[in-house]
Write a protein that binds this ligand. Sequence first.
Ligand SMILES: [Ca+2]
Ligand SMILES: [Ca+2]
Ligand SMILES: [Ca+2]
Ligand SMILES: [Ca+2]
Length: 370
Amino acid sequence: MKKFRIMLVVVILLFVCNINLYAASLGSKLLTPTEGWKRVNDSDSRISYIGELYYTNWSHGTVYDGDIHGQTSPDQQQICFNFTGTKIRTYGVGYSGMNNGNMIIIDGVEYEMANWSQLPNNDMGLTFEKTDLEDKEHYVKIVGNGSERMYFDCVDIDENAQLKSYNENVIIEPSLDIESVSKIKEGQELVADIVIHNVSDIYAEDIKIKYDANLFQYVGYENVEGLEVYNSPEDKNGELRFIIASKGKENVAKDNTIIIKLNFKATKAGEGLIDITQGHIANINEEFDIEEKKCGEKNIIIEEVKDVNLNGEFTLIDLAIDGYYYGMSAADTNTTKYHADVDDNGDIQDVDLKLIVCELLSNSNYEPNN
Ligand SMILES: [Ca+2]
Ligand SMILES: [Ca+2]
Ligand SMILES: [Ca+2]
Ligand SMILES: [Ca+2]
């Protein structure tokens, strides 16, 4: 009986995990948007339909809001709209035996959608998903691509994003962003790349950065090849300013150019912010500010490091234990007694020994420090 109950729990767990795992696979029948998404129905006036379409109150299976836009000769048809944010899901209705899919074109880039036999027959299902788009306004066209028909039920976008009427000439504003790891261990260093977007002809930048000085220590900056910092940046209690210029017209800053690399060390566990607070940029004709909301930020989680012999502090014995295990994999150490793999990457390497020494030097209880 007990065995049976355990098996039942395992089966239920597998079932629940399965649902989560495959929630967004093609063909998924998501009758409501999942967390972080919002839904717009096919009848929304911001979506335009080109070509001879018939509008259907669907009575065969379940669709969103009881309706779809359908077409049985979709080669002459287009479904068009714009949306903001980084992600999109579209839903259609399946029709078994049909193998051709439609095509979705986002910002001029073509992607294949699910073919109709991948979807639940006569029911709604996910026809396309993309979640790694740049955070800006995108223009979308759904076209036939030789498919026998096109059934469009609804579209999901980021819950904070907007669906808009179709417009290929989207005005894209310049922005600055920070790219770095999202998680780091106390004592480790990180590189934060400052990246400029949606520009084509910029030769100088004047930027201000603010970071959480309780959790990070500013180590310094690195120039990117072809660009140079020409001021002498001073760390004013967590605030930094960099004035950068390109070295020659071949080093123009354009979309996705890294303009500087900043090095920080995580000094304390917690959640810390590195924030671009001001951006002023120039081409050879004009200079202008980047809107504050377009000056990005990065939130970084700093995880506490456990000492090696688990007595709550780092001393020379912790270093000795890692010296003993050096070069081994964490699985081959005595993991019940020791946390030798300080950075939890699977091996005992220099990085672990460096972390121990860093922690040991800041331990006021460690006698040789006093
Ligand atoms: Ca619908
Ligand atoms: Ca900012
Ligand atoms: Ca210890
Ligand atoms: Ca390690």
